[in-house]
Design a protein around this ligand. Structure first.
Ligand code: MTE
Ligand code: MO
Length: 322
């Protein structure tokens, strides 16, 4: 029933506004039409969208993760977002996300662990012992993709801090649920807030599972999920939960936000990228690379199969690809 509300990001591919048109329109609205004449959109974002005041971060670059394509420009990543807490349109969430207050930010790590923790996000960052930069590809279930120079740390570091017990089978994560910071929470009461996601312990401790606290050399922008968000580059984008306030190690498989909304019919728990398994309403064979105007073939596990395919051995009976 809830799926009938038909959120924009579950639209069939190709029905979205191409970002080239969108950026033009936004720049015109903001009065930056002149800047477009020089053929550049970089640096022309409005001050609200630029989200100034984000601190530069110290990190080491991890060159194990190389891209097969260019980096998506920062202003494109900051202004083209899925962040339902701020509304259902990519075009408005970046502006609306200005109301998010990413600091101070308390993080709870609890559940079936020996050493539960409640701490400030900056204390958590201090305790994981150094940040790294990784270039990752991101594939949204809507068949668009981007690349991001994330700065953060592997989820494994959280596991090390709290020492999950043997009975912990899944890691459940939750986004903030504060309507005073996010208009979309109150204005879309039919959605099951807070946004929840989950992964198996095997997935959580895979080196690819990454918690981003920064991007493009500085603290992560509000619209991209400040102050801390997950990125699982082999899964459809909706698994990569933003603005996390709670990590819980649990025995039962969590029900994800979009799995809940669609009753598992359109979006499931596993959501591994697979070009050969279409979404019930569109093909996943190719993807539109943000900002480039190109459409390229989508790869199994988004190209990260060497690192993660083994996680699904013996699980062939599960709906692994939606
Ligand atoms: N809390 C929360 N996390 C979320 C979402 C959301 O709406 N709320 N959208 C998801 C989807 S569908 C995608 S594609 C990515 C988008 O990340 P980006 O806006 O940084 O590109 O975030 C994911 N994480
Ligand atoms: Mo997505």
């Amino acid at each position: 029933m809830l799926i009938k509300s038909n959120p924009s990001w579950v639209m069939k591919e190709g029905q979205e506004t191409p970002e080239s048109i969108y950026l033009n329109r936004r720049n015109l609205i903001k009065g930056f039409a002149g800047a477009l004449a020089v053929g550049s959109i970089g640096g022309n974002v409005g001050s609200a969208l630029a989200q100034e005041g984000r601190k530069p971060l110290e990190f080491t670059h991890n060159d194990a993760y190389v891209l097969d394509r260019d980096l998506t420009p920062e202003d494109v990543n900051i202004t083209y977002n899925n962040f339902y807490e701020f509304g259902s349109h990519k075009q408005i969430s970046a502006n609306a996300a200005e109301h998010l207050k990413p600091r101070p930010w308390q993080v709870v790590i609890d559940g079936l662990v020996n050493k539960p923790l409640t701490l400030d996000v900056d204390d958590l960052i201090a305790r994981v012992g150094g940040l790294e930069e990784r270039l990752y590809r991101h594939r949204c279930v809507e068949a668009w993709s981007m690349t991001v120079p994330w700065i953060g740390f592997p989820v494994q570091k959280i596991v090390d801090l709290v020492e999950p017990q043997g009975s912990a089978k899944y890691l459940r994560m939750e986004t903030f649920n504060d309507g005073s910071m996010a208009d979309g929470i109150g204005s879309q009461p039919w959605y099951p807030w807070p946004y929840v996601e989950g992964v198996t312990m095997g997935e959580a401790t895979n080196d690819l599972a990454f918690l981003a606290v920064g991007a493009y050399g500085k603290q992560i922008a509000n619209s991209m999920g400040a102050p801390i968000r997950l990125h699982l580059p082999w899964k459809y984008g909706f698994k990569s939960i933003k603005s996390i306030v709670r990590f819980s190690f649990v025995e039962e498989r969590p029900v994800s936000y979009w799995e809940n909304i669609s009753d598992g019919r359109e979006y499931g728990f596993w959501a591994n990228v697979n070009p050969q398994v279409p979404h019930p309403r569109w093909s996943q064979a190719t993807e539109r690379v943000l900002h480039t105007g190109e459409r390229v073939p989508t790869l199994l596990f988004n190209g990260y199969g060497d690192q993660v395919a083994h996680l699904y051995d013996g699980l062939e009976g599960e709906l692994l690809y939606r």
